[in-house]
Design a binder for this molecule. Sequence first.
Ligand code: C2E
Ligand code: MG
Ligand code: MG
Ligand code: MG
Length: 292
Amino acid sequence: HDAIDAHAHIAVYSEDADALYQRRFTLLNDFGSALESQDQLRLVYQPRIDITTGACIGAEALLRWDHPTLGAVGPSEFIPVIERSGLAHATTAWVLATAMRQQRQWRDQGLHLQMSVNVSAANLLEPDFAEALLAGLRQRGLPPDCMELEITESAIMAQPVKAHAMLEKIAATGVKLAIDDFGTGYSSLSYLQRMPADVVKIDQTFVIGLEDDTRKQALVATMITLSQDLGHRVVAEGVECEEVLIFLRLAGCDEAQGFLFARPMEADVFTDWCPVPAAAIPGRSALPHYAY
Ligand code: C2E
Ligand code: MG
Ligand code: MG
Ligand code: MG
């Protein structure tokens, strides 16, 4: 979207294009110090809900940047900028270390969730990515299958052969793999068939507004069946209302994520929101069930 917007602005208001360019330059320039700062970057966590039971079974870690002068900058703005600059390696290393530390803390509290982390296309080209991942898990005593990496369909399709080789290596470690933003990246069905992914996440553009759109309903129902027939678990992103949840449940979708349940939250808010099993904390009752 960004590229299209930028062109539209250049044609009409060139001062807007300058401002946009300046802002990107600032973001790029300042991200290195953000990585070292200890207080500019943080992760927030959004729950993943099992549609059948209503239980919270996982969390997706999402990166936030509190820039000292620009204020809050969202990842859809700064991630593409830093991805073009060679900073993806350090960023993903920071995100993985932080998410693993949080996962360790949750498990120590008796909260057992799948933790998913978004990774960049460039990470799939790092020769020692899978080894570093395993080393991080071992260091914290985490079982590989409690972590999941989300890779967008377009990131995979940018370098399909190399990406596929790395996905095979990651899959061999026991860390789970999810294809993110599924349906937006022009991957062929023959490619999906060979993908070593555990999970397919249907992009929110197909899910938002599905309640009044029979074409979206047809697409989503087909994506669910196809992905499940190929052995993947299916997560719908962008579930904002009850009608959509009901549709997904009837269509046999496995998991849902979206503002209907919760927005991404700070770790401690997430912990309160997603009660741990009763046994772990005195005074806490059973696992949550969401009425729908
Ligand atoms: P994504 O991985 O597809 O993450 C889902 C995005 O949808 C998140 O936006 C989330 O806040 C938003 N979302 C969740 N539920 C709803 C809903 O019901 N309605 C709507 N309208 N939106 C919903 P966020 O946090 O701004 O992240 C945007 C994208 O930035 C992510 O898309 C991901 O591609 C990227 N990103 C975020 N954190 C990281 C990171 O640590 N590393 C990398 N490489 N990319 C990241
Ligand atoms: Mg994601
Ligand atoms: Mg997504
Ligand atoms: Mg997305």
